[in-house]
Ligand binder design. Structure first.
Ligand code: SAM
Length: 267
């Protein structure tokens, strides 16, 4: 990488865990530091299955994107997209429809560096380094306006991110702002840490103490994010139960219930 593209390095704080890098640890990635691995080691003490939970989240992302493609969606805004990993949104979407367009939005400086290098050759994808809590700025961003046609339905993705927003940051208002900008026929895709066991409550405390974010909402609270939209079957459910493509056990483990998700249609 050239001099200019090295600027991001100075923005990286290796003294504290970052959400994007900690997630990279549980996805067995290499873009993380000791401080991120130490954070995950603490979470493993509470949720030994946390690596599996990350895999369930990536699997539903894949199923969810393919579902939206099947409904005719050709453009996606992936908010809080994370570091590039295997089977990113544009790869899943463009395999099904090579014309599909994806804008990734993340505020972690490492996402920009890796994302740009990774996506440089694909003109139907863009990476925007911005704070998703500012929908006006994101929706007005040149890269977003260039790739996304707001007269046509959009897949709005908030996968594994809203639990990193505190209540006083108005996550509901943020969801509403994005959904107000897209036309009828658009979709809203959310996955979220859920207050679903004693272990989930213990994990929430650790996230808050060590990472600074973590709001494990109840199923009812997660479902409220979809207010005004039509949830597609099977509604808001534990991730492995959302349109599964493999057999699911009758009784779910703590890890299998740790995150819930769903997709809704804007009528
Ligand atoms: N969506 C991906 C997935 O589910 O596989 C990645 C989820 S990762 C757990 C959450 C991502 O959201 C991280 O990459 C983090 O940097 C990003 N993030 C957290 N707060 C954000 C904010 N305010 N604005 C933009 N991105 C944010």
């Amino acid at each position: 990488m050239g001099e200019k593209s090295d600027e991001w390095k100075s923005a990286i704080d290796t003294t504290r865990p970052s959400i994007a890098r900690a997630y990279d640890v549980v996805l067995h990635g290499k873009d993380n530091f000791e401080v991120d691995r130490a954070f995950v080691a603490e979470i493993v003490k509470v949720i030994p299955e946390i690596y599996d939970v990350a895999a369930y989240n990536r699997q539903i992302l894949d199923r969810g994107v393919r579902f939206m493609i099947d409904q005719g969606i050709t453009q996606f805004i992936d908010l809080g997209s994370g570091l590039p990993t295997v089977e990113n949104t544009h790869q899943v979407a463009q395999r099904a429809n090579p014309e599909a367009r994806v804008v990734y939005v993340d505020n972690d400086p490492m996402v920009l560096a890796h994302g740009r290098a990774f996506l440089a050759e694909n003109e139907r994808t863009a990476v925007v380094t911005s704070d998703l809590r500012d929908p006006v700025a994101i929706l007005g961003d040149e890269a977003v306006k260039q790739l996304i046609d707001f007269d046509r339905p959009v897949g709005v993705m908030l996968v594994g991110i809203l639990h990193h927003l505190h209540d006083d940051e108005d996550p509901q208002g943020i969801v509403e702002a994005y959904m107000a900008a897209v036309p009828p026929g658009s979709y809203l895709f959310i996955t979220h840490f859920c207050d679903s066991s004693q272990e989930s409550r213990d994990a929430e405390k650790q996230y808050l103490a060590l990472l600074g974010t973590g709001r494990f909402r109840t199923v009812a609270e997660i479902t409220d994010f979809f207010q005004g939209f039509e949830l597609v079957e099977p509604g808001v459910v534990p991730l492995p139960l959302w349109r599964p493509e493999a057999d699911v056990p009758e009784e779910l483990t703590v890890g299998q219930r740790l995150m819930f998700g769903g997709i809704a249609h804007k009528p």
